[in-house]
Design a protein around this ligand. Structure first.
Ligand code: LLP
Length: 432
């Protein structure tokens, strides 16, 4: 398993994350537990900021909280000076409860409800990323009732297909998100926003997908969006200040993944934006990005206890852990790959090829097919790396499994940031 961030193997042959021994973490917090390397999260936040600062452009880095959010992480994101994207009342509520500055919260989503919009207006958040005509009308009506002006970014589908899993591409024309540039709806939306007295159209947003390894999709989007900025100016006289290119920057799950360093993605984005906007003689807008996965993904490691081991001679050895698709649905949903190691016996000999099964009642609940590990024994601890993004955030109670505990490790100190669900939690909303 590749060791990300501060992870290393200590003198006992145990995995250590954030200076804390994985075996000791599980002795205190049980399994499964997701351990975040806090230093790595902070380093990723800083890498984005530094890449922009180096280029001397106006920018905003907004963490896409859908990748993982809890009160502690909201505090960390605030301390690092990033903004925060939310897509639901629940994410917004968490951010507000954490005391995250409302003016740095951006509200996304293709079906914001009336009550969510009211909650966001009440909090006076920084901007709404408006997704469709219905929302354009509804938001204005609600803002009018409060005599409140609202900053708007319009979500545009540039018609660019990112090369990633089809479930996580979003920039294509046939998408539930945003206004299409090609069919004229984007321009129509701009005209509607400009005509509404309480709206301030600050810019355009686009997000083409997630876990994108190449820069070509961003380059193509920038070309289309810069052209759209120019068209808007020509048709309406309106100048916009913000070009938001969304998230999607990739991470290294396995040795087959070769993500670009953050610096490189941002350099390409800045270079292309400068080029296109100079070509169009348009003032360089502020560049906003919304990384989610690349802030928290590599920083998370899940520790499981190994239980049943089943060998089918000549076929396969199934090694079962005490979690599965309830705490990490990505392998089942996207055929996502992870690397793993024995966290208590990193140097164990006699390597063997095994497959890691979850404990949920479904054949598809396999966390890793074919991984080489030291000869596994019951009670060993399995570490699965790169589980920081879209794992806890997508965790569920299938089979009435309890969601795991989450801890942050930093300089040898471990802090529990989400406690493990209890059986009582599972029946909390049941009505007899
Ligand atoms: N901005 C918008 C508007 C988005 O829709 C997303 C992700 C992001 C930013 C952050 O993208 P990131 O930097 O994390 O790639 N559940 C899937 C990923 C869904 C991504 C949804 N949108 C997965 O587990 O791969």
């Amino acid at each position: 398993m590749y060791l990300h961030g501060t992870s290393k193997i200590n003198e006992k042959g145990h995995l250590e994350i954030g200076g804390a021994d994985a075996v000791e973490i599980t002795a205190t917090y049980g399994t499964p537990v997701i351990v975040y390397d806090e230093e790595l999260i902070r380093a990723q936040c800083r890498a984005y900021k530094q890449a922009f600062q180096k280029a001397g452009v106006s920018y905003k880095v907004s963490y896409a909280s859908k990748a993982f959010l809890c009160i502690k992480l909201a505090h960390l994101i605030q301390e690092e000076g990033l903004a925060l994207d939310v897509v639901s009342g629940g994410e917004l509520y968490t951010a507000l409860q954490a005391g995250f500055p409302a003016e740095r919260i951006h509200f996304h989503g293709n079906n914001k409800t009336k009550s969510e919009i009211c909650m966001a207006l009440e909090a006076n958040i920084g901007c709404f990323v408006v997704d469709n005509f219905w929302e354009l009308e509804l938001l204005h009506e609600l803002a009018e009732g409060r005599k409140q002006s609202v900053n708007i970014l319009l979500r545009i589908t540039p018609g660019v297909e990112a090369s990633t899993h089809e479930y996580i591409t979003t920039g294509q024309d046939d998408s539930k998100f945003g206004f299409s540039v090609k069919n004229g709806q984007a321009l129509q939306a701009v005209q509607m926003v400009i005509a509404k007295p309480l709206y301030r159209l600050i810019g355009i947003h686009s997000h083409i997908g997630s876990q994108i390894f190449e820069t070509s999709g961003f380059i193509k989007s920038i070309e289309i969006l810069a052209c759209f900025f120019k068209q808007v100016h020509k048709e309406t006289g309106h100048t916009m200040d913000v070009l938001n290119l969304g998230g999607g920057f990739s991470i290294r799950y396995t040795d087959k993944d070769a993500p670009l360093p953050v610096q490189q993605y941002i350099e390409v984005i800045i270079r292309e934006t400068r080029k296109r906007f100079v070509d169009y003689k348009y003032k360089l807008p502020a560049i906003w990005v919304e990384p989610g996965r690349s802030i928290v993904g590599e920083a998370g490691t899940t520790l499981y206890a190994i239980g049943a081991i089943k060998e089918i001679p000549g076929v396969r050895k199934y090694v079962s852990v005490d979690g599965g698709m309830s705490d990490n649905i990505r392998p089942a949903l996207y055929k996502a790959r992870h690397e793993a190691m024995l966290a208590n016996r990193a140097y164990g000999r006699q390597k063997e090829l095994v497959s890691i099964a979850g404990k949920c009642c479904e054949s598809g609940d396999m966390l890793i097919w074919n991984v080489l590990l030291p000869k596994v024994q019951h009670g060993d601890l399995l570490a699965v790396s790169c589980t920081g993004a879209y794992t806890y955030a997508m965790a569920n109670n299938y089979n009435r499994m309890q969601r795991p505990a989450v801890v942050f490790a930093y300089n040898g100190k471990v802090q529990e940031v989400i406690r493990r669900e209890t059986y009582e939690d599972l029946i909390r909303n049941d009505i007899g």
